[in-house]
Design a protein around this ligand. Structure first.
Ligand code: 4AD
Ligand code: MG
Length: 432
């Protein structure tokens, strides 16, 4: 039996006989030749079945085989300049592992509802595979970035006793004889960890019972949350822009083929270089007033429409800082110069993809924190441990959270976040 190899490695086996295993995702025939497109997950290759090279049975199998059948192929690796991988396989023998007859997704156009219902199969399509590969690269670049910068990965819990990002979108669950909530954010735990390890981050799933059916909202999404001791809002913004530039440029460097499958305009991504524009909330209000939002007033929060108008003014992500305190979470540090605002930042992606990062310097003043807890209807008792962080050796600190799916959506140029995560959880979807 020849060596079993992954398709991505074929170049090392030029002119040799090899064994590959995969799925047939396309086929065509012309008389004495059948052409099967084979996918094994590592790459794709064309397998050519020439009547004179194989047994009658194998030639017939090549003719009749259903798409998405799994196969084992023995063949010779031959140069084929016109194909993406540069090689094709001249088949000598082929064995059907399992028949794909009746595979419900056909080359014709299907509606999104049908594809979502069949998400477990839809993942096999070239477009979905390209998105998953890019998501993988984004996650790797995130881990590399923080590792290189000396951050320690600290995992945050998923069951939590209290809210971090407001009480309106909490998923409640029973936890033995008490209540618990699925985590909205690991941030509060990262604040504790930053006092132990200086620079930390968590990276995990987070949950929001968002009753909004927008193209930016999931109920379960992945968030990466760095937190730094001895860091203020400026340091936080500097890290955020370096981080986003690093992620985007990693994808541009490593995922050319996938971006091409998605027909992404790569020049727009190449342009994502520091420094990113920084504007205050007040300046953002001015931009909105001049661009069709005359009625907006100081104190209003921005939704998707407002974010899009602001992002259209810039060719790279824009950071909006110093929002009114009432728009933002209880833990954000009050600005001494203008106590109506907090030292926070939202990063808005270009091309209308909306907020990808939310962050802030954290309030250290325990009296202000106590007032904020009260104003937000949060129980002081549940936050005693958090207040301890201010009681013992408190220092200036800051951090942010980047939503993975919105970032994937932007980098891939997708219409909706539902395609950015293998099995999306939406207000109206928990299957498959
Ligand atoms: O702005 P958010 O709510 O910030 C926090 O949770 C902070 N505790 C983070 C921190 O400072 N450590 O959420 C951060 C990011 C958003 O900018 C967005 O990218 C993403 O998480 N996000 C969502 N993504 C998809 N679906 C949702 N429902 C999302 N909600 C937030
Ligand atoms: Mg936010």
């Amino acid at each position: 039996m020849p060596e079993y190899i992954q398709i991505k490695d074929v170049a090392k086996y030029a002119s040799q006989e090899v064994l590959i295993k995969g799925w047939v995702y396309q086929k065509r025939s012309s008389g004495k030749l059948h052409f099967l497109q084979i996918r094994d997950g590592s790459a794709d290759i064309q397998a050519v079945i020439f009547k004179n090279d194989v047994s009658e049975d194998v030639f017939e199998l090549g003719d009749k085989i259903a798409l998405e059948s799994s196969v084992e192929i023995v063949g010779v690796v031959n140069e084929h300049k016109r194909s993406k991988i540069g090689y094709e396989i001249s088949v000598r023998d082929m064995k059907l592992i399992s028949d794909g007859e009746g595979y419900p997704i056909t080359p014709k156009e299907h509606g999104v509802a049908f594809l979502m219902e069949n998400r477990h199969l839809w993942l096999r399509s070239p477009r979905q595979r390209a998105i998953l590969k890019i998501r993988n690269e984004i996650i790797k670049s995130i881990r590399d970035f923080f590792y290189e910068k000396g951050f320690t990965l600290v995992d945050a819990p998923i069951f939590t006793p209290s809210a971090c990002e407001g009480t309106t979108n909490l998923f409640e669950t029973t936890y033995f004889d008490t209540k618990a909530y699925l985590s909205q954010s690991g941030q509060l735990y990262m604040e504790a960890a930053a006092m132990a390890l200086g620079k930390v981050y968590c990276f995990g799933p987070t949950f929001r019972a968002e009753k909004s059916k927008t193209r930016r909202h999931l109920t379960e999404f992945w968030m990466v949350e760095p937190e730094m001791a001895f860091c203020d809002l400026d340091g936080d913004m500097a890290l955020a822009e370096e981080f986003v530039e690093y992620i985007v440029q990693s994808v541009v460097a490593k995922c050319r083929d996938e971006l091409e499958v998605l027909e992404r305009d790569i020049s727009k991504l190449e342009n994502i270089k520091r420094p990113f524009p920084r504007i205050s909330y007040d300046e953002a209000i001015e931009i909105l007033k001049k661009n069709g939002h005359e009625d907006i007033k100081w104190g209003d929060d921005f939704g998707g429409d407002e974010e899009t108008v602001i992002s259209e003014q810039f060719d790279r992500p824009v950071m909006i800082h110093h929002y009114p305190a009432e728009c933002k979470a209880f833990y954000m540090k009050q600005d001494e110069q203008n106590p109506k605002t907090v030292k926070c930042v939202d990063m808005i992606a270009p091309e209308g993809y909306g907020e990808i990062i939310g962050g802030a310097q954290r309030e250290e003043n325990i009296d202000i924190l106590l007032e904020k807890l009260k104003a937000n209807n949060l129980s002081e008792e549940a936050f005693e441990w958090y207040l301890d962080l201010r009681r013992y050796g408190s220092v200036e600190h800051a951090g942010f959270g980047l939503g993975i799916e919105r970032t994937v959506s932007w980098i891939c140029g997708l219409h909706h976040v539902r395609e950015t995560i293998p099995f999306p959880r939406l207000m109206d979807r928990i299957k498959p």
